[in-house]
Design a protein around this ligand. Sequence first.
Ligand code: OFO
Length: 183
Amino acid sequence: METNRLSPTLAQALNKQMTNEAANAQIYLAYASWASEKGYDGIANFLFRHANEERNHMMKILEYILKRGAKVVVTEIPSPGPDPASVNDCFEKVFTSEVENTSAIYRIVEMSMAEKDWATWNFMQWFVKEQTEEETLALDLLSKIKVAGGASANDDALYILDKDLAQTADDATLAQDVSAANP
Ligand code: OFO
């Protein structure tokens, strides 16, 4: 009896996405370690917390693949690449990797729609919302560094930014969650 409820195409795409999430966790881990070495403990703390979030995303997909009766394929994780050149470069790279991940998620949404696999389509909506949140968060970080002077931010500005980030919430407020009473 066939118990696998995922098509081979979607199973492959979801397995690939699992690796993408793991790769993003590695990026955050690498950048957090870089920030810590440079003495930016607030930024490091924020990035370490985020590495955990990415790993949780990986686990969420892994559990879904198993739940649908398909095979989980754990592969090697691509290297996060070179360290950032500066705090500005770090946040630009974070934003770029989030946007790339959003595109990968949208492709799976499209595939699930084409196959009329509504369970997977529904499952992926959580990730669509999460990516909107993460892009907003990354954009907020970029705005903060821009105000601090962007690529030429001075030490004082970076010190304040670092302290600020130590307290920054991991989740961004989405436009759709905002109301007049709760701006
Ligand atoms: Fe997994 O949320 Fe970012 O990439």
